[in-house]
Design a binder for this molecule. Structure first.
Ligand code: HEC
Length: 410
């Protein structure tokens, strides 16, 4: 995730928003698709149930009123009537209806594999309807089966051979397995099937419209959200970052950030501006006091130098330049110890002072010999004092000549 951490805030924000919204978008679409799919299946099952019930009712009614009428007109057999009614009901619809039995009389009513399994299940124990979406040769199909049980009226033709009407006896011999049903036994089932592809087509279209609609909505939300976040958070933060970079680069504390409001970002801007104000003031003060100090030491009769812990010279007056025989630019950065013939001892004294906070010749005047760049030796009384600036010790040395230089009065 290092690469992510290194991205710009704006890019990070855009990535997060896009990922979150995309996940929402996809899951909402999927959820919707599945909900529509189960609604479609439920609708198909409801339709299949109504069709099946209608057929069973037709058969029950026919069976209760008919006796030997089919003798003259076979079209009045309850099964035949129900089949014709079913055909008429489902004409023009994707629903396909059959009445099937394991011990069929008409070969047209022979169950297929799926129906056989379900009929065997019905025969074992009395269950209600059975439905399932099955895949047949790669095509999705809803199969619905509603069992038909033998009522008293059914046994007139499906009971014993002896009790059956003549037209039944004539067609089906006594050994035929379509006889000898008991009361309450499952004779067969109404089987309804409907290919789902046709029904799914509709939700496929719905899904496309849904995706388009949601896509436009999410895009609008993303745009509005990103504009808002940019305006309120990212732009002000970027402005602060830019200003800080500029300050770091130029060292000028004059820049201010325009305040946008009274929220946390506004507070941050205002704290930043206050800080810049303070820094500007402090810098001015420091420059002024440095200037004052320089003027002051220039007026001194003796060479004066200020140096750091390691002896590095940071400020020197003209008389010091003359004593060491170097121009100021050359002098600054040199270490004082190298000009003293007992430089090592003085350096040791400084170390003692730094360790103990006292002693080491600081605050005292000691006699030393100074060697200038040309090798000329001068004897001086060195008055050493220490000060602290920014947690760093600074030392100021006043080097009074024991014998005034020729041509000058002391
Ligand atoms: C009047 C006689 C008669 C009555 C009453 C009768 N059936 Fe039938 N049933 C038949 C005949 C005949 C067939 C064969 C129809 C064909 O040739 O398509 C048949 C066929 C069936 C079939 C289709 C399977 C097959 O054998 O081809 C089922 C299921 C069925 N009957 C159930 C019932 C039920 C349940 C009842 C009572 C509600 C009932 N029948 C009442 C005569 C009758």
């Amino acid at each position: 995730m290092v690469w992510f951490n290194n991205l710009k805030l704006t890019t990070k924000f855009n990535i997060i928003i896009a990922v979150v919204l995309l996940a929402l978008f996809v899951s909402a679409a999927l959820f919707n698709y599945h909900r529509q799919q189960s609604l479609i299946i439920k609708g198909a099952v409801d339709n299949a149930r109504i069709i099946a019930q209608q057929i069973i009712e037709t058969r029950d009614y026919m069976s209760s009123v008919i006796h030997d009428e089919p003798e003259r007109n076979y079209a009045l057999v309850p099964q035949v009537v129900a089949t014709q009614v079913a055909r008429r009901i489902t004409r023009g619809s994707p629903f396909y209806v059959r009445q099937v039995s394991l011990r069929y009389r008409n070969p047209e009513n022979r169950p297929d594999n799926y129906e056989t399994v379900q009929l065997e299940k019905f025969a074992k124990k009395s269950v209600g309807e059975e439905f399932r979406v099955v895949s047949i040769a790669g095509r999705q199909e809803l199969r619905y089966l509603l069992p038909m049980v033998a009522e008293k009226s059914c046994l007139e033709c499906h009971g014993t051979f002896a009790a059956a009407p003549l037209f039944v006896q004539r067609r089906f011999p006594p050994s035929h397995y379509s006889y000898n049903y008991k009361l309450g036994e499952v004779i067969g089932a109404v089987s309804v099937s409907v290919p789902m592809a046709k029904l799914y087509q509709e939700i496929g279209l719905n899904l496309k419209i849904d995706l388009l609609y949601r896509g436009v909505m999410f895009l609008t939300v993303i745009i509005i959200l990103s504009i808002l976040i940019h305006r309120t958070i990212l732009n002000p933060v970027t402005a602060i970052a830019e200003t800080m970079t500029e300050v770091a680069k130029t060292g000028s504390f004059a820049r201010r950030i325009p305040r946008t409001g009274d929220d946390e970002i506004g507070q941050l801007s205002s704290v930043f501006n206050d800080m810049m104000e303070e820094l500007q003031r402090k810098t001015l003060q420091r420059l002024e006091s440095e200037d004052r100090y320089r003027n002051f030491i220039e007026m001194a009769q003796s060479p004066v130098i200020t140096f750091l812990e390691d002896g590095k010279i940071v400020i020197a007056n003209q008389r010091a330049e003359k004593l060491f025989g170097l121009a100021r630019d050359e002098l600054l950065g040199e270490t004082i110890f190298s000009f003293l013939d007992d430089g090592a001892a003085v350096q040791h004294g400084i170390a003692i002072y730094l360790r103990d906070g006292k002693g080491g010749g600081v605050g005292a005047t000691t006699r030393h010999r100074v060697r200038d760049v040309g090798g000329k030796m001068t004897e001086v009384d060195l008055a050493l004092s220490a000060s602290k600036a920014d947690h760093q010790a600074m030392f100021t040395a006043i080097l009074r000549l024991t014998t005034p230089p020729q041509g000058e009065s002391s």
